[in-house]
Design a protein around this ligand. Structure first.
Ligand code: GAR
Length: 190
């Protein structure tokens, strides 16, 4: 079995969708979910689906081996960031070289970088009156949103769209594609 750890900071709707997709999978297992936020709803979603959860703080992540130790203990092969908002430290990127995948709710390199996450991205896309937006699934390096792109999908926007409707369209793309892209990438590189 290839073992995946999910990292999530917030609501965790993508995390839940991924957990459900891999339930009963023949070769890929969601082993645990880690969060930097003790009250992240993602933790509840994981527990409800019988996935082990862990939380960590800033010092654990940036100044210790706490997170790496958890990943080792859980025998994790791949890390998937599903709405995780902290920059991944170099030590983790090196330990899991080309084995960390992130999803970004826009068409990178547009609307990426520090501070560009979730609703802020959709607000910026709406302000700029973009004709399309989408999702980017990419490998993680130690710079925000700059790792090699694995997959992108687009959705058309109209003058009637709002930041809320844009978010909805993007989430639809995320739910449809993210689990399948994880599956394909993991199977091709394991
Ligand atoms: C998702 O739209 C994801 O693409 C985005 O956060 C949202 C989390 O939603 N990630 C980023 O913005 C990373 N820079 P969820 O918690 O409901 O899955």
């Amino acid at each position: 079995m290839t073992r995946i750890a999910l990292f999530a900071s917030g609501g965790g709707s993508n995390a839940e969708n991924i957990i459900r997709y891999f339930q009963n999978h023949s070769s890929i297992e969601i082993a645990c979910l880690l969060s930097n936020k003790k009250d992240a709803y993602a933790l509840e979603r994981a527990k409800n689906l019988e996935v082990t959860t862990y939380t960590f703080n800033r010092a654990d992540f940036y100044e210790s081996t706490v997170v790496l130790d958890i990943l080792k203990k859980e025998k994790i092969d791949w890390v998937v960031l599903a709405g995780f908002l902290w920059l991944v430290p170099e030590s983790l990127v090196e330990a899991y070289e080309n084995k960390i995948i992130n999803i970004h709710p826009a068409l990178l390199p547009k609307y990426g970088g520090k501070g560009m996450y979730g609703e802020k991205v959709h607000e910026a896309v709406w302000q700029a009156q973009e004709k399309e937006t989408g999702i980017t699934i990419h490998y993680v390096n130690s710079h925000y949103d700059e790792g090699k792109v694995i997959f992108q999908a687009t959705t058309a926007l109209s003058a009637q769209d709002t930041p809320e409707s844009i978010a909805k369209k993007v989430h639809t793309l995320e739910y449809e594609h993210f689990p399948k892209v994880i599956e394909k990438t993991v199977l091709e590189h394991s």
